[in-house]
Design a protein around this ligand. Structure first.
Ligand code: ADQ
Length: 467
């Protein structure tokens, strides 16, 4: 039987439906792995003084996890460095925050080699190998160098940037060339596919093939858009859980039945949180009569807090939320509730359900699963309204949301006003289409589409393309 081997930077033990939420990628992968006998390989999250390549293997919730520890220098250069100070900001259009430190590139190459050396002995002849995200772009190349001939697919969870931005990265050619050691390269949206193809056509002298593939650097790879989804029906079901109901009741009591606007994001500069706060502030300034009827709850757990840019955005958001409350709060009402905590999935479901508006306004986002979770959690008889950035990959599918430009506080303020006054018929009509979409294009559909494309890739190896 064909096994599936999933590889991602970080392996996090999946938990039950009501357990601690561990981020979009982890939830999606756990769901994918449960149905295949296979394993999930990646970093343990721990560091050791020296890299040993020692594997830790464990079973959790029907999934086999194989992890390896990294050195402190690996963590600094590969994870905090090349992944999160170079590729993440650049791919999210923040050239101003992008660091081009050569040692980061070296650490990135080293960790990908170490991953390959530890993983290669675990791979059996018929296994499909599915590698995830920007941390591991060169992994297929390293595996090929060790003789691995299996089908290997890559999925990028974040945007692929426009050609003109990509070429600002020193070493961009090498990075793209490394992608051609995969049989299948998957992106979140058609826009990312096009940006990638444009790069390959103009920078690598590549050609488009009739079957949706491309040829470049003497290799052929299939390329496609595979928009990731959520476990929509399961998430909808969670709203009926005990914890969700309790959270719902607490929110209703604490908001004193004011209308609740909710945002849930990792604290990250790509999520547009400053502009979102500014948009809410503008709404308050423009609508003195509506002001005291609403309350905004922004949940933003800290992430990557060893990276300076994340410390800076945190300080700015602390100041901004304080300023808005200082200006508008009263003895019995605080307009902004800003919380840096992580919640369980069932609690989040209850929170989303208690909200009249879901405010999802990233400046750039590969997909954005929060938008889909918000839709999943709504009451079909009385759903809330989703306000969604046009720069989230999810905007391609969720067209019945109120689509905004996240750079414009005025745009956000107007959408808030419209959402808060939208009548029930319109809310239901919009929500129905959104819900149908997230149920049809859920996480299982995503996995099946990718795995089917990977299985079908390279049906007939040629002498020029032996693997
Ligand atoms: P992220 O940038 O992490 O993911 P997103 O897709 O929104 O963004 O996923 C975040 C996940 O974390 C959601 O499942 C959410 O419920 C959870 N989460 C956020 N805040 C939380 C909190 N306070 N408590 C508990 N859970 C919380 C990356 C890309 C995205 C892409 C995903 C999946 O940046 O664009 O959609 O991968 O491909």
């Amino acid at each position: 039987m064909t096994r599936l081997i999933v590889v991602s930077n970080r392996v996090t033990a999946p938990t039950g439906a009501g357990g601690e939420s561990v981020g979009g990628l982890a939830m999606a992968l756990a769901a994918a792995l449960r149905e295949y006998s296979g394993l999930w390989f990646g970093w343990s999250g721990r560091t050791t003084p020296e890299f040993t390549g020692q594997l830790t293997v464990q079973r959790a919730e029907g999934v086999t996890l194989a992890t390896v520890d990294l050195e402190e220098a690996d963590l600094q250069e590969y994870y905090n460095g090349y992944a999160n100070k170079t590729l993440w900001p650049l791919f999210h259009y923040r050239q101003d925050l992008t660091a081009y430190d050569r040692s980061f590139g070296e650490g990135y190459g080293r960790v990908n080699r170490r991953f390959a050396e530890t993983l290669a002995p675990l791979i059996e002849a018929d296994d499909l190998v599915w590698i995830h995200d920007y941390h591991l772009i060169p992994l297929a190349r390293e595996l090929r160098a060790l003789g691995v001939k299996n089908r290997i697919g890559f999925f990028l969870h974040i945007p692929w940037p426009a050609h003109q931005l990509m070429v600002t990265l020193p070493g961009h050619k090498d990075l793209v060339q490394a992608l051609f050691d995969y049989d299948l390269i998957g992106f979140q949206t058609q826009e990312h596919v096009q940006a990638f193809e444009e790069y390959v056509l103009s920078e690598a002298g590549g050609t488009r093939l009739e079957d949706g593939g491309m040829r470049a650097y003497g290799r052929t790879a299939r390329i496609g858009a595979f928009p990731i989804g959520v476990d929509a029906e399961d998430f909808a079901q969670l709203t009926r859980s005990e914890a969700a109901r309790r959270t719902f009741d607490v929110m209703k009591a604490h908001t004193a039945f004011r209308k609740l606007i909710v945002g849930v994001d990792r604290l990250d500069y790509s999520k547009g949180l400053e502009e979102r706060f500014a948009g809410f502030e503008r709404f308050m300034a423009d609508n003195p009569d509506l002001r005291r009827e609403v309350l905004m709850l922004q949940i933003a757990p800290l992430s990557r807090d060893q990276v300076e840019a994340y410390q800076e955005i945190r300080a700015r958001l602390d100041a901004l939320s304080g300023r808005i409350n200082g200006e508008y709060a009263d003895i019995d009402w605080t307009p902004v509730r800003y919380v840096n905590k992580t919640y369980r999935r069932d609690q989040l479901a209850g929170l989303y359900r208690a909200a009249q508006v879901g405010l999802v306004t990233p400046k750039r986002d590969g997909m954005n699963l929060v938008a889909k979770e918000f839709v999943a959690a709504q009451d079909p008889e009385d759903p809330g309204v989703l306000i969604l950035s046009r720069f989230a990959g999810a905007a391609d599918q969720l067209r019945q949301a109120l689509i905004v430009n996240p750079n414009s506080p005025e745009d956000i303020a107007e959408a808030l006003k419209r959402a808060l006054s939208m009548d029930r018929d319109e809310r239901i009509a919009r929500w129905k289409v959104l819900y149908d979409n997230i149920v049809t294009e859920d996480v299982t559909a995503w996995r099946d589409a990718f795995v089917a494309a990977l299985s079908g890739a390279r049906e007939t190896p040629t002498p020029e393309d032996p693997y």
